[in-house]
Design a protein around this ligand. Structure first.
Ligand SMILES: [Zn+2]
Length: 194
């Protein structure tokens, strides 16, 4: 490819590589399917909330036929999180992700499931439709989900984020876990001490 205007001349191989990279980047920008990570999901329904602040889109994945919902919300309309000490900060998905991943560290939970779980928590928070949500409410939502996702993560999360009043409930869960472990015990199962 001869070129006068550009200082750098691309060989056709380089050009193809670059084009592939750009196409890849464009795909990354699209919303990936939470079930199979396929990039080209289709919008099948789109609805605005009454005040127009939130757009809810139903999407369908052509690869696995999975359906999921996304919520688009203007940054300014995002809800605030009221912390235990009364301070407020904008809801951060990153923070939610970090805290959840901490509890799931080294646990054998597939990434897609974690991603799906986080998306569900986030959706439920938006569906509350409140301008302020307490950090405790968020914690409860995460806990509810973790209980099914991974009991060990559940206990970790509860012990870090929940208050003393939950300790009794926590003890019950630990007890249940021990009973489960005993009944599920199998010679080929690798023991996880974490
Ligand atoms: Zn899919």
């Amino acid at each position: 490819m001869a070129c006068q205007r550009w200082q750098v001349c691309w060989s056709s191989g380089e050009y193809n590589t670059l084009r592939a990279l750009l196409e890849q980047a464009a795909k990354e920008n699209q919303l990936r399917c939470p079930y199979c990570s396929f990039a080209d999901t289709q919008v099948i329904d789109s609805r605005e909330s009454d005040d127009g602040a939130v757009i809810r889109r139903r999407r369908k994945c052509p690869q696995c036929n999975g359906r999921f919902t996304t919520y688009e919300r203007a940054e300014a309309a995002q809800f605030m999180v009221v912390k235990k000490d009364g301070r407020r900060e904008p809801f951060s998905r990153d923070k939610l992700t970090r805290n959840t991943l901490k509890a799931l560290e080294k646990r054998p939970v597939p990434q897609e499931l974690v991603e799906r779980f986080l998306q569900r928590v986030e959706q439920r928070l938006y569906e509350l439709g409140k301008s302020e949500v307490s950090s405790r409410e968020i914690g409860q939502l995460v806990l509810e989900g973790l209980k099914e996702l991974d009991p060990v993560a559940y206990v970790r999360f509860a012990s870090v984020y929940m208050g003393v009043s939950d300790l009794e409930a926590l003890q019950q869960v630990i007890h249940q876990l021990m009973v489960q472990q005993q009944s599920y015990a199998h010679p080929s199962t690798r023991r996880d001490s974490g």
